[in-house]
Write a protein that binds this ligand. Sequence first.
Ligand SMILES: [Zn+2]
Length: 140
Amino acid sequence: MVDVHNKATRSFNMSRIKATNTKPELTVQDFLRGKGYRIKTNDSSLPGTPDIVVSSQQTVIFVNGCYWHGHNGCRYFTVPSTRKEWWLNKILTTKKNDRRRHRELRKLGWRVIVIWECRLKAQARAQTLSRLTNLLGRYL
Ligand SMILES: [Zn+2]
């Protein structure tokens, strides 16, 4: 990939695109800490800098924004009508990168869990977090 930005511009862009410790991430972090899991957040030593790492379960968790990561069929994923092609391309690239990073992580022996932001909204949150508990527990 050709990178035309200098480092300062790029980090500015990235900070706009992927804010760390956004509220949905905090919801999951607080939940896991409450359950007694020891977690690491935004671990840049792993591919894709997973939002949450639960080392004891060999599990990484990405909390994906439905928009940026192109959550298929989700009502929070709508492509703007202006520069539609550009946006679609951008989101497609993000999805491709996501898949590549997940593959890399699995090769390293990590289990990858993706939680979509829409699944952390009030009406779905309890169900999502209880599924997460099940997933983490089953791995023991
Ligand atoms: Zn969604």
